[in-house]
Ligand binder design. Structure first.
Ligand code: PMV
Length: 320
């Protein structure tokens, strides 16, 4: 019997930004979230990953042109091989068009692109339940990057569904990058620490379904003010939960508060702008495409942002 021939596969996956946050893992479950979440997939911040046959009998991984021995990547490749039942070493070349590990969700787009590419490369099959299951192990929020537009990740079984495609209600996100380099505490450690020590953790989990319901309703009605309001509340509750940990966990810097204040000022002057922050200091501002340039201009004029970009809603993973 002849051995199978493998064709190189290239996959692009957009970064996703949570509007309703996930923070905390379910107990005794394989990286399943303790709460559901709703996100927006972006178009211009993304990871591109190409997989081909390894030149020897081990896996190789190159990130942004640098050979890297990242055990998380090799573990994911092992899981894809086990599920596919095919023992083929792979060569992985990845490019992050987003700062790596800085709280701008590069691990989500990275895991989504890697697992989709490896699965397609080995099996040439479109089996999304298999892919979702493995992707989730790389990063709890990564399954959301598989779909475009506004996406909900269900906590119970880790399933994803699209709430609104990009063309149905195009929204923009202004991304203010407020630091350089990687974050000090990974979200995995931060979540475990918060769950173990924060007196606010149970309250966060209990109140969460209400935020999800308000956001779903806002998306259904295309009500940006309601969506923005519940989004701000979700990010503040998540960070409050971290502040209640011992020792407290703070991902922000002084610039984060300056941008929040700027968003408040913009809103008072009639601009529809709402902020959200993840496990990093950067602020992402949700708005209508027509307002995005004015918001970026205001941030740049304040001098607090190292780099400000405007992004729009992107599609789900794209296999080339
Ligand atoms: O999927 P992880 O482990 O990178 O965690 C993501 C956590 C947040 O970005 C803070 C929130 C979210 O839902 O994306």
């Amino acid at each position: 019997m002849s051995s199978p021939t493998f064709k190189p596969v290239s996959v692009r996956a957009g970064v996703n930004i949570a509007l309703i946050k996930y923070w905390g893992k379910a107990k005794d479950q394989e990286n399943l979230p303790a709460v559901g979440s709703i996100s927006m997939t972006l178009r211009d911040l993304f990871t591109q990953t190409r997989i081909s046959v390894s030149p020897d009998d081990s896996d190789h991984f190159e990130l942004n042109g640098i050979p890297t021995r990242d055990p998380r990547v090799f573990k994911l490749l092992d899981q894809v091989r086990t599920r596919a039942g095919i023992d083929q070493p792979m060569q992985v070349v990845s490019q992050n068009f987003v700062p790596t590990a800085s709280g701008l969700a590069s691990s989500a787009s990275g895991s989504a692109a890697l697992v989709t590419a490896a699965w397609k490369f080995l099996t040439d099959r479109d089996e999304w339940t298999e892919v979702i299951d493995i992707v989730r192990k790389g990063s709890g929020s990564a399954p959301r990057s598989l779909l475009g537009g506004l996406v909900e990740l269900d906590k119970a079984r880790g399933e994803i569904r699209q709430l609104s495609p990009p063309e149905a209600w195009p929204l923009s996100m202004v991304v203010a990058q407020l630091s350089e380099g990687a974050k000090a505490t990974s979200s995995r450690h931060g979540m475990a620490h918060t769950r173990a020590t924060s007196i606010y953790y149970d309250a966060w989990v209990q109140a969460h379904p209400y935020d999800l319901a308000r956001a779903r309703e806002a998306i259904e009605r295309q009500d940006l003010e309601q969506l923005g309001t519940v989004m701000e509340s979700s990010t503040m509750r998540m960070h409050a939960c971290m502040l209640g940990a011992r020792p407290p966990l703070i991902y922000w810097n002084a610039r984060t508060l300056q941008v929040i204040e700027l968003v408040h000022t913009l809103r008072k002057s009639g601009v529809g702008a709402w902020y959200t922050m993840d496990a990093g200091p950067h602020v992402k501002i949700l708005c209508l495409p027509d307002d995005a340039h004015d918001i970026r201009h205001a941030i740049d004029a304040s001098g607090v942002s190292l780099k400000t970009t405007i992004d729009s809603m992107g599609d789900g993973v794209c296999v080339q």
